[in-house]
Design a protein around this ligand. Structure first.
Ligand code: EPU
Length: 346
């Protein structure tokens, strides 16, 4: 194990914010994570687990010990009449895993193409797009307890998945609380791709592609290509313009609250959910408040998707958060809705 000091984090966060890690350890295996837990000085330090940094706003140098996850490897671990189970190291790039499964004839992840970030981060925020969430394809994961060095396996129920949420996003505030943020490091994730493959095509953008092309039964590869095209048209490429994807979660309200807003704002974009509540498009709310293209310093609201904040070059985490707070205030004042940020703020 090698501890690096004062490591620049700009290449390791997709927002491209300049900040340093006071101390950083690269974790390439379970043994590396166990070595951290076994070290008397490191064991007691607060820790921050870093994957691809695609869901992160850095507001200054990072004082907790940064554990940069670089566990690699992709393999098929089971092929049964009901499913393929694919396992990937937490450091693998998410999109590369999606492409690998399709190239090897195991469809099921195509709707989740081109999501930035790593395999290990995918269950942390239960990534989702175009009608599929990670939890719909999740089998189990392996992790290391950073206090004891013990390895353990969690199934979907134990991960407590919610909308862009899991047990890994919560820090325990009291002894006995659930919450594994900073307490555990995910090393490997297994995904279950059900057989026979069934396309998920209910999302409006995909229905539009079917109408445009006249294809009623697209292959998994075709859906993958469509999702890549839709994302490239709507969302900024973090390699070109720094960003962390959707900056806020889509809020849910009761049917009564929704009816109340529609009475004032008939064009409100909303989706009824199975539990009877209604999900609102946060992008529409922000757009309706006139935020597209507005800036604080070098942090701006993306012109093509108001839910995405971007770094115009040299933005600080403080600028991003000042812009985010101004957006929250204006949406609250106009609609009475409190938007909740999606990324982790450090
Ligand atoms: N809209 C506007 N103006 C905007 C942005 C959106 O009017 O500036 C309207 C759109 O016209 C559309 C609706 O809002 O009717 C929803 O927009 P979109 O289809 O782009 O999806 P979203 O709700 O903004 C969510 C996820 C994305 C995911 C897409 C596709 C969240 C917070 N975001 O975005 O996930 O890719 O659906 O499934 O749930 C991410 O989490 O980082 C992310 C990119």
């Amino acid at each position: 194990m090698f501890i690096e000091a004062n490591v620049p984090l700009q290449p390791h966060n997709t927002f491209g914010i300049v900040a340093k890690a006071h101390a950083l350890v690269r974790v390439r295996s379970e043994a590396d994570a166990q070595a951290v837990a076994a070290d008397p000085a490191l064991r007691v330090m607060p820790k921050f687990v870093l994957g691809g940094g695609s869901n992160l706003v850095l507001t200054g140098d990072v004082k907790p010990l940064v554990l940069k996850v670089e566990v690699m490897g992709i393999r098929l671990v089971a092929d049964t009449p009901k499913a393929w189970v694919v396992e990937a190291g937490a450091g693998e790039n998410w999109h590369s895993v999606v492409a690998w499964t399709l190239a090897h004839g195991h469809p099921g992840l195509e709707n989740l193409a081109l999501i930035p970030g790593t395999m290990g981060a995918s269950p942390v925020q239960n990534i989702g797009a175009y009608g599929v969430e990670l939890q719909d394809r999740f089998e189990s994961l392996d992790a290391v307890d950073l206090a004891t060095g013990q390895t353990f396996t969690l199934d979907a129920a134990q991960c407590a998945f919610g909308y862009r949420d899991s047990v890994f996003k919560h820090a325990p505030t009291r002894p006995g609380d659930l919450g594994l943020a900073g307490k555990a490091l995910i090393t490997r994730v297994r995904l279950r791709l059900p057989k026979p493959w069934k396309p998920v095509l209910g999302y409006a953008d995909l229905e539009k592609k079917m109408v445009e092309t006249g294809m009623t039964q697209p292959s998994a590869q075709k859906i993958f290509d469509w999702v890549c095209a839709i994302r490239r048209a709507k969302l900024p490429d973090p390699q070109v313009v720094g960003n962390a994807g959707s900056f806020f979660k889509n809020p849910t309200v009761t049917p009564e609250q929704c009816a109340d807003i529609i009475a004032r704002e008939p064009r409100l974009v909303h989706y009824p959910m199975v539990d009877g509540n209604v999900k609102l498009a946060a992008g529409w709310l922000i757009d309706a408040c006139g935020w597209k293209g507005k800036s604080v310093g070098q942090a701006s609201v993306y012109e093509k998707q108001a839910l995405v904040l971007v770094n115009r070059g040299g933005a600080t985490g403080g600028e991003v958060m000042t812009l985010a707070k101004a957006i929250q205030t204006s949406v609250y004042e106009r609609f009475g809705i409190r938007l909740e940020p999606e990324p982790v703020v450090m």
